[in-house]
Design a protein around this ligand. Structure first.
Ligand code: RUB
Length: 272
């Protein structure tokens, strides 16, 4: 029989290797792991795996007063509100752009599709670990038309060029919601700048449990993810996340509603 310790270690390994990825999935899996070995040491270990994850930290703070089923129920309710708010913004025959893999964004898009909205999605492959493929597969499975672009074609995917349509909406997830902006997968910063200059609304879809009033580290990952056995003396940078300034964000959709950044901060502070 597999011991709780072994199950805990397996979850840690899957979070570290990105087999389990995205803030929400990491928070759920981290909570599950903590319940298997509920010690302070476990919390510290879990929080060290992906240092840019306040949702995990916020959930672990509540872990001793919450069951797994209660957590899932609450996150599901929050997601339903996000789905309904997002649905209102998706126009028929529109193009929606997304990046990396955000379960929040994917679920909102699948909800809209199931409610018969007609739209297509442009997404990016998200090197080096290709989380964009996960997004493309899940959307395709739900019957949504997807066109995937290489990351360096961002400028093309976000404008009317070389046979593409200019997206009507950019929907991104978030790992952390901070006072001055959000943190999300590398690439999100440049996407936000292009969206702004092309006047495409940029919406962040995220549970308010991602809010943090603390300084949040930006995770840097192993260079081998970018280039295995790279020649010696070539320096490789592999930043996992990027900061998106709030001035680029049209609004933030959470279980608190579809709110301006300022209004979100006001409500989230009142709540906590
Ligand atoms: C995933 C990523 C996602 C957010 C939000 O990065 O940047 O957009 O985590 O995801 P990584 P969700 O693959 O490095 O974890 O909406 O699922 O919480």
């Amino acid at each position: 029989m597999v011991s709780n310790k072994n199950k805990f270690n397996k979850i840690c390994k899957d979070i570290k290797s990105i087999k389990i990825q995205g803030a929400r999935n990491i928070a759920i899996a981290g909570f599950e792991a903590y319940k298997l070995v509920p010690t302070e040491k476990s919390k510290q270990k879990l929080l060290s795996l992906r240092p840019t994850e306040p949702m995990l930290e916020n959930i672990l703070k509540k872990a001793d007063k919450l069951t797994y089923l209660q957590l899932i129920k609450k996150l599901k309710q929050n997601q339903e509100i996000i789905n309904k708010q997002t649905f209102k913004l998706i126009k028929n025959n529109s193009v929606i752009f997304t990046h990396c893999h955000s379960s929040t964004v994917v679920q909102a898009l699948i909800y809209a599709k199931n409610k018969h909205k007609k739209f297509e999605v442009y997404n990016t492959e998200t090197r080096p670990l290709y989380q964009g493929r996960k997004t493309a597969k899940e959307l395709k499975k739900a019957g949504i038309k997807v066109t995937m672009f290489v990351d360096s074609a961002l400028g093309i995917a976000l404008s009317k060029e070389q046979g593409t349509r200019e997206p009507d909406l950019v929907l991104l997830g978030a790992d952390a919601i901070l006072k001055k902006g959000v943190i999300n997968k590398t690439g999100s910063g440049v996407i936000a700048q292009i969206a702004k200059s092309n006047k495409i609304p940029l919406l962040i879809l995220a549970d308010s449990l991602k809010y943090s009033s603390k300084r949040t580290k930006l995770e840097k990952r192993d260079f081998e993810e970018v280039w295995k056995q790279a020649p010696k003396n070539i320096k490789i940078k592999n930043p996992a996340f990027e900061f998106v300034k709030r001035k680029f964000i049209t609004s933030l959709i959470s279980e608190l509603g579809n709110l301006s950044y300022k209004e979100f901060l006001r409500k989230v502070k009142k709540k906590s």
